[in-house]
Design a protein around this ligand. Sequence first.
Ligand SMILES: N[C@@H](CCC(=O)N[C@@H](CS)C(=O)NCC(=O)O)C(=O)O
Length: 237
Amino acid sequence: MQAHPILYYGVPSGCSFGSIVALEWLGQPYALSRIEMPEIVTGAEFRRINPVGETPALMDAQGQTLAESMAILNHIAARGIDRGLGYLQGSRDFDRLNRMLAFLNTSFFNAFAPLWYVLEHEVSAAEKAALVKYGRAKVEKAHAELEAMIGDGPWLLGAQRTVADAYFIGIARWTKYHDVVDRRDYPKLQRLYDALEADPAVAFAHAIEAQTPAVSSGGFRGEIALAQTLPRLAQAA
Ligand SMILES: N[C@@H](CCC(=O)N[C@@H](CS)C(=O)NCC(=O)O)C(=O)O
């Protein structure tokens, strides 16, 4: 396979979903590498890609790696300015996008952490009740804050669809795993969610995760196994 950037995406239902959508919107050639969580993501091979043992991670065409959603989405946005995915650093719009990404990456993403913990760990009934109460309150608060932050849309930053929208949909869908918030209570977020779910890039990312036939409207060039990507790692100087 030609040396395209490779996005390592986590399943099931990783936050890397947003980076898949953003790469589709970018329209440039890329490949995907599927990483099972928690087994493979925390293994020695994947830690050569991201020592933190988390997805998403990106390997560029030169074999350099980049981790953290914020960094990867900003990397994609910088290459997609002509497509409206991001803005020139130093501009007011860049600051607005960065603020939105930061909110999503901290408040919105983290709000779900107590609820995921309950699903993924053995906890006592009392611990579960406390974590669920805490998680629900956090998810509700983050939804209310985001609803208040955004204007009349149609996208998070207004008229322009950016990498922030891609990242949003990958996290917002987590409500389906937890008995938490009715999105219809947040009409702007519900509208945004529906618009994104109807997007071909989002349909593609769902199909990739589910391993059903996936139709790319972007530059998808196929999947590559983790072990096959390792020889491409750039050697540290
Ligand atoms: N700060 C990181 C967090 C990434 C993260 O937590 N990824 C999760 C999936 S959403 C993961 O890979 N977890 C590893 C595991 O489940 O063992 C980012 O924003 O990219």
